[in-house]
Each structure stands twice: as structure tokens, then as C-alpha cells.
Design a protein around this ligand. Structure first.
Ligand code: PLP
Length: 361
């Protein structure tokens, strides 16, 4: 058996997906070539991307008035891409800052436009431990968008609600929680996600945009970063990352086989409950996030003896539990419980934690 992988990203992929990719590697659908050796504009690959879009639309119940686009450059490039595409005649957009990623998005935007902080939950010491109350988000009605991050991957903070932005288009960086539960896409103007947490390997980024927001971008914007340009050319204004796209398709098929977003939500909740219960029941492990803001997918935790974090990570690795070290910005430990992480993996982690606490490694 392969070890359990709790990596925050690039994250573990379902083993069935890797096996399938291996089986299909040398000859994709009878073409005589690997999928990564095919023309992206040829019939075999074009057929594949049509299937992938249809599958994604079904899994996420994406309404017809939304375009499904794929970009390169990760979620990070979307921080500026969204500015160029959404700003129109406005001065800028509003930001809800709840952790490292929404803070980065705001900082990138502030170099390009007025990126007003509509709300920040940053503590005086620089840390983050909660989402705001809905009433604390002060939206400028003239903002061209309101940006937030539904799940802060580094801090382990997740919104239990979708902010109400009124007539202002809501933009969400869904990189780490996409497809971990059903989402009402109609609440959003734009929803984007780098693939390497819950959708596939690194190298491809999903962008779902309400079609009325697809307008000519700011003059000078590279064509490959234009929503309109990519929408008009099947997200193939240049050579797309075909192998990553294919793997993303396999992951979607796997999610579908598992029962779709509803099934992922049930599993996700159970995995999170298992781990948080173990943390809460112990005097040795702690989680610093407010109860209503705890992430279902990135569980951050600390030891009562912080100096033993390195020993914990090393012992866990030897026990077949990989990538539990916290992000360098916050330290401590983090278990990412994305869709590909099984309940068994979480049960094994909890058993390991109990034993580590008892024996101190
Ligand atoms: C990982 C992550 C990013 C950065 O993604 P890249 O694809 O590396 O640019 C941005 N936002 C969130 C919420 C993430 O989890």
C-alpha cells in the first residue's frame, strides 16, 4: 500500500486515477500515441475536453450562463488576471482578508488598482484565526468585485457561508475546497481554482465566469489572460497543458463514481470531525481556529511541546503518514484532507497521534 499523503498541494491523487493514467499512458483511446503526444486541436483531444467540460458542469451544476475556462499560471496568476478582466471603468475591487491567500490576492491587486479591504480578520500579532461575521463585511457598492477565499489553505480557516455581495460580483478563490461540497455557482461572478489540491495535478487552473462579466480586458492585457479571448478559443489560445487537463478529467470521473459533490461533502465532514474530535479530546494537540471557522479540508494543529514538531513529522513519515508539517508562515502541523484522502488515512493518523502523545514519539 502507498503511504497516506496529507500534502497541502500538490496533493495526493486518487490511486485509481494514477492506475488509469498508467494503463492509458502509451496509447490513448486507440490513437497510437500518449495523450500528451496528441495535437490539442486534433479530434481525440477536442473530444476529451468536451467531455471534461460536460462532466464538470454536471458535477458542479454550472448554469448555462457561466463559461468554464482553463488557464495556466495557477491560482496566483488569477489574482491579477481577474483585475484586468473585471475592472472595466471602475477604480478597483473589494477584498475580504482572512488568511495568507486572500491577503496575497489583495496585495497583488493593490499594485494594479484600488484594492480596498472590505474586512480583515488579521489579529494585531499578524495571525488569523476566524472568518468575519457577515455583517462585518463592508462592501463598496461601486466596487467591480468582492474577492474572498472560501478556504484558507495555510491557516485552516473556512467560511461556513457564502458572503452576500449584493449587486457586486462575488469572486472566490476556491483552490483548496472546490468539489469538496456542492456550491451554488449562481452566487458568484467568478470562481477559480488551481487544480493541484482537489482537481488534479499542478499546471492547470479552472475559472468559471458568469458570461455577462466576459468583456474586453484592460488594454495591454496579454491575450492568453483574457477571459473573452480564452472563451472564444476553447481555452486554447496557446498550447494548453494537455496532460494536466487529461488528469483533471480523470479526477472528475473519479469524483462522479464516488457519488459527486454531495458524497464528497459527507466524507469531508466525517474526516474533519474525526480529526478535530481527536484534537479536542487531547491535552497534547490544539487547534487555534474559532469553532465556526474551522476548515474541513486543511486541519492545522500544534503540539503542547512545539519543539517536538520535527520529531512528530519524522515519526509520522516512518509510519506512512506523509507531509504533515505546517506551512512555514504559521508553523506547527497541518493535515490536508482533500477528496483523495480516505477516512482510513484519517483513522490511521488519529491512531498515530494517540500513540505519539502516549509515548512522546
Ligand atoms: C495553493 C493556493 C493558491 C496558489 O496556487 P498556485 O496554483 O500555486 O498559484 C492560491 N490560493 C489558494 C486558496 C491556494 O490554496
Amino acid at each position: 500500500m502507498r503511504p497516506h499523503n496529507f500534502s497541502a498541494g500538490p496533493a495526493g491523487l486518487p490511486e485509481a486515477v494514477l492506475e488509469r493514467a498508467r494503463a492509458e499512458l502509451l496509447d490513448f483511446r486507440g490513437s497510437g500515441a500518449s495523450v500528451m503526444e496528441l495535437s490539442h486541436r486534433g479530434p481525440v483531444f477536442m473530444q476529451l475536453v468536451e467531455e471534461i467540460e460536460a462532466r464538470l458542469r454536471a458535477l458542479m451544476a454550472v448554469p448555462d450562463e457561466y463559461a468554464v475556462l482553463f488557464f495556466q499560471g495557477g491560482a496566483t496568476l488569477q489574482f491579477s488576471t481577474l483585475v484586468w478582466n473585471l475592472i472595466g471603468d471602475a477604480d478597483g475591487g473589494d477584498y475580504v482578508v482572512t488568511g495568507l491567500w486572500s491577503d496575497k490576492a489583495q496585495r497583488v491587486a493593490s499594485a494594479l488598482c484600488e484594492a480596498r479591504v472590505a474586512c480583515s480578520t488579521q489579529r494585531p500579532d499578524g495571525g488569523f484565526d476566524r472568518v468575519p461575521a457577515p455583517a462585518d463585511i463592508d462592501i463598496d457598492p461601486d466596487a467591480a468585485w468582492l474577492h474572498y477565499c472560501p478556504n484558507e489553505t495555510v491557516h485552516g480557516i473556512e467560511f461556513p457561508y457564502v458572503p452576500d455581495a449584493g449587486a457586486v460580483p462575488l469572486v472566490a478563490d476556491y483552490s483548496s475546497s472546490i468539489l469538496s461540497q456542492p456550491v451554488d455557482v449562481s452566487r458568484f461572478g467568478v470562481l477559480y481554482a488551481g487544480a493541484q489540491k482537489n482537481l488534479g495535478p499542478a499546471g492547470i487552473t479552472l475559472v468559471i465566469v458568469r458570461r455577462d462579466l466576459i468583456r474586453p480586458p484592460t488594454p495591454g492585457t496579454p491575450a492568453i489572460l483574457s477571459y473573452a479571448g480564452q472563451a472564444g478559443r476553447d481555452s486554447m489560445l496557446n498550447t494548453p497543458p494537455t496532460f494536466a487537463w487529461y488528469l483533471l478529467g480523470l479526477v472528475l470521473e473519479w469524483v462522479e463514481e464516488q457519488g459527486g459533490a454531495e458524497a464528497m461533502a459527507t466524507r469531508s465532514q466525517r474526516k474533519a470531525d474525526t480529526l478535530y474530535s481527536a484534537i479536542d479530546a487531547s491535552n497534547y494537540y490544539t487547534n487555534a481556529v474559532a469553532l465556526d471557522s474551522r476548515s474541513r479540508v486543511n486541519v492545522t494543529f500544534d503540539l503542547a511541546e512545539p519543539e517536538r514538531v520535527g520529531a512528530f513529522v519524522a515519526a509520522a513519515e516512518s509510519a506512512g503518514l506523509l507531509a504533515l508539517k505546517g506551512h512555514s508562515a504559521v508553523g506547527g502541523l497541518r493535515a490536508s484532507l482533500y477528496n483523495a484522502v480516505s477516512q482510513q488515512a484519517v483513522d490511521d493518523l488519529v491512531a498515530f497521534m494517540t500513540e505519539f502523545e502516549r509515548t512522546r514519539g
